[in-house]
Write a protein that binds this ligand. Structure first.
Ligand SMILES: *[C@@H]1O[C@H](CO)[C@@H](O)[C@H](O)[C@H]1NC(C)=O
Ligand SMILES: *[C@@H]1O[C@H](CO)[C@@H](O)[C@H](O)[C@H]1NC(C)=O
Ligand SMILES: *[C@@H]1O[C@H](CO)[C@@H](O)[C@H](O)[C@H]1NC(C)=O
Ligand SMILES: *[C@@H]1O[C@H](CO)[C@@H](O)[C@H](O)[C@H]1NC(C)=O
Ligand SMILES: *[C@@H]1O[C@H](CO)[C@@H](O)[C@H](O)[C@H]1NC(C)=O
Ligand SMILES: *[C@@H]1O[C@H](CO)[C@@H](O)[C@H](O)[C@H]1NC(C)=O
Ligand SMILES: *[C@@H]1O[C@H](CO)[C@@H](O)[C@H](O)[C@H]1NC(C)=O
Ligand SMILES: *[C@@H]1O[C@H](CO)[C@@H](O)[C@H](O)[C@H]1NC(C)=O
Ligand SMILES: *[C@@H]1O[C@H](CO)[C@@H](O)[C@H](O)[C@H]1NC(C)=O
Length: 586
């Protein structure tokens, strides 16, 4: 225990001092662990030997300090999907804001979860790492003085659902670098585990599956995150209603669903009451959307809901998915049915809807159009408005602070230019405290979801065809939900509004890992002209044009090859703690 305490104390001294609000400390080692979720042995990314990683469970306004030791053989960054670090992009953990943590180094993130509640997750943002794991939950609880708009649940259950490849992330990167799209995944995992053998001709024997233990009559809050590579999933629990109550930090108008489409990078909370007779266990299912019928069996994740008084295993067919494998109409209508509960309290005591976004004048409009991946100078790339983003070796935020010329341009076009596509580091120049309207136009053939760091945005419209000025007539100006990740259906558009009150350079990316890797992202620069105070933390890592500012790290440690999850727990962590203790003593 002593070494851990020491680590915590030392980490504390590196954290920003904000009087009053409590601190939560985490000490994480990110390393390969071996696992075989679909029966094929592979190296996955674990945190302290766990896959998925440990939860970050905090309360509104808490300060979070996470010391990350990179024991992978590649540079690493973790990003906090949906957490809005205020007035600094410094802790955001994407390549435009931070130099990646070199292999064998550690870096301590320190940020405050200011004025937020809800369900989010973290994941490694470095190229395609999420395809190998490294993700975990971020749960931000209400402060005691702020009521939640439903009865306090009897338990809290986190589920990570996601498509999965048996190929490792390096192999997936090689495929994309070689100009080949990834093709169909090999399966769908639930909490890092493969499907329950609901049908012997579909699921091979010996697959370890997730079993969720519950008590009859109780109500649980299920927090479900799609952490996959690129596949939209339909989530459902046999014979049980899903009462949707929250998405990415906003309390929704409560409605029952028998199933809900969850797109890549999205998070939802449902209340589920154990109101069935427990004659059997029940299936918990996450199945791929809009894929060929021939591969749907393979792309179905199945866990088991086990009542303590259950009479036997789940059996029979899985609960039906929506019967529209090639038609997005059901899904788009379902998405439109998700509304904000404008009378519920948010992280602050005032109701969520007291901010009337529909009455605010829009100052900037960006129409961002995507296309299917295409060749640019012989390389397969993805674009937004014909520009494929390339990450500079000096992060944007550092380049801005140190006035490094020529790293990026503030000339990102506000509409498609109908010109030849190019690779560039061109970013959006936002206006501090401006109100920006962004329309995503999807001219590709798959569902995409977009995420904006640093903010929650209002989802005001979603429809088929090409967006025009007249489309504004269909906007929801009253109870569009505020969130940070939104889907855009193929051949359709989605419109969002965002109040740019958070200074920084913020990543706007597609969450689908393949097209993100190929360049489908941009950043939004938001400068507060009245506050140029630097927020550069003392422990900043320097790279690119500024690498000469970097001091050698004294706490280098060695990369070790993948250890099975269970073994790691018992021996490796102990050894590591002892090793770090020895280093401290020196
Ligand atoms: C998370 O924190 C809350 C509030 O401190 C606590 O009630 C809850 O049990 C914790 N959940 C987990 C999974 O640790
Ligand atoms: C590495 O971790 C140690 C404590 O474990 C901490 O003192 C040091 O500041 C960390 N380095 C960085 C760059 O965060
Ligand atoms: C909205 O929130 C209020 C306040 O907590 C709650 O009483 C009400 O039931 C909620 N309404 C819906 C439709 O979710
Ligand atoms: C198992 O799956 C196969 C292939 O999809 C199907 O033909 C068969 O009917 C299923 N068996 C049961 C018991 O559902
Ligand atoms: C949702 O379904 C449950 C039964 O599972 C029911 O008790 C509850 O009243 C329903 N709530 C709403 C808002 O429809
Ligand atoms: C339990 O519920 C199932 C499904 O609703 C029903 O078919 C079955 O007859 C019930 N069993 C008992 C013992 O009530
Ligand atoms: C970027 O926007 C700011 C604030 O609106 C403005 O002052 C600045 O001139 C713009 N820069 C460029 C290069 O357009
Ligand atoms: C993409 O744009 C072209 C030209 O406007 C149009 O013909 C095509 O239908 C669009 N495809 C999708 C999926 O939006
Ligand atoms: C920041 O702004 C103040 C006054 O607005 C100015 O005096 C100072 O030189 C500026 N600092 C930098 C680093 O630009």
């Amino acid at each position: 225990m002593l070494p851990l305490l020491l680590l915590l104390l030392l980490a504390a001294s590196a954290a920003p001092a904000r009087a009053g609000d409590p601190y939560a400390y985490y000490d994480w080692e990110v390393s390969y662990v071996s696992a075989q979720p679909l029966g094929v042995k592979q190296k996955v990314i674990g945190i302290n030997g766990q896959f998925p990683g440990p939860p970050l469970n905090v309360t509104t306004n808490w300060n979070v300090v996470v010391n990350v030791r990179n024991a992978l053989d590649e540079p690493l960054l973790l990003t906090w999907n949906g957490v809005q670090q205020r007035k600094t992009a410094w802790q955001d953990g994407v390549l435009g804001t931070n130099c990646a943590i070199p292999a064998g180094w550690n870096w301590t993130y320190a940020f405050q979860v200011k004025d937020q509640v809800g369900s989010f997750f973290y994941f490694p943002s470095t190229p395609l790492h999420r395809a190998a794991g490294g993700y975990g939950a971020i749960t931000i609880n209400n402060r005691d003085v702020i009521p939640i708009p439903f009865g306090f649940p009897d338990g809290d259950i986190t589920l990570f659902i996601g498509d999965w490849f048996n190929r490792g992330h390096k192999e997936l990167r090689r495929a994309l670098d070689g100009g080949t799209l990834l093709g169909a995944p090999d399966g769908v995992l639930i909490n890092g585990l493969g499907p329950y053998q609901y049908n012997e001709s579909v699921v091979p024997p010996g697959i370890v599956y997730e079993r969720i233990n519950v008590e009859p009559g109780k109500t649980y809050r299920f927090r479900v995150h799609n952490v996959g590579v690129s596949t939209s999933l339909n989530f459902r629990i046999q014979n049980h209603n899903l009462l949707l109550v929250e998405t990415e930090g906003s309390y929704t108008s409560q409605q029952n669903y028998t199933n809900l489409d969850i797109h890549v990078g999205q998070s939802y909370s449902f209340l589920v009451t154990m109101d069935q007779n427990a004659s059997t266990d029940y299936y918990v299912v996450a199945s791929a959307r809009f894929v060929d019928a021939a591969i749907i069996d393979k792309l179905t994740g199945v866990a088991v809901l086990h009542y303590s008084n259950s009479q036997g295993p789940a059996s029979g067919p899985l609960p039906d998915p929506p019967n529209d494998q090639y038609d997005t109409a059901f899904s788009i209508n379902q998405a439109r049915s998700i509304r904000w509960n404008v009378t519920a309290s948010g992280a602050r005591p005032n109701p969520q809807g007291s901010f009337h976004y529909g009455d605010i004048t829009v100052t900037d409009v960006y129409l961002l159009q995507s296309r299917p991946p295409e060749l640019i100078d012989g390389k397969l790339r993805s674009t937004l408005n014909e520009i494929s983003y390339i990450a500079p070796s000096t992060p944007l935020v550092l380049a801005q602070l140190f006035n490094v010329p020529g790293v990026y341009k503030l000339d990102f076009p506000n509409h498609p230019m109908n010109r030849l596509p190019k690779v560039d580091t061109s970013i959006i120049n936002g206006t501090y405290k401006g109100f920006m309207e962004i329309i995503f136009q999807n001219n590709a053939t798959t569902v995409q979801s977009y995420h904006l760091d640093g903010y929650a945005f209002f989802v005001v419209g979603m429809d088929y065809g090409l967006w025009t000025e007249n489309s504004r007539g269909t906007y929801n100006k009253w109870d569009g939900v505020a969130r940070s990740t939104i889907q855009v259906f193929p051949g359709a558009w989605t419109a969002i509004l965002v109040f740019l009150d958070n200074a920084g350079i913020w990543n706007l990316r597609v969450q689908n890992l393949d097209t993100w890797y190929l360049g489908q992202e941009v950043y939004i620069n938001v400068v507060n002209p009245e506050d140029n105070s630097s927020t550069l933390p003392d422990n900043a890592i320097f790279c690119g044009a500024l690498s000469s500012l970097q001091k050698e790290q004294s706490h280098r440690f060695v990369y070790s090859d993948a250890v099975p999850v269970a073994l790691w727990r018992n021996t490796f962590s102990l050894l590591f703690l002892l090793a770090s203790f020895t280093i401290w003593l020196q």
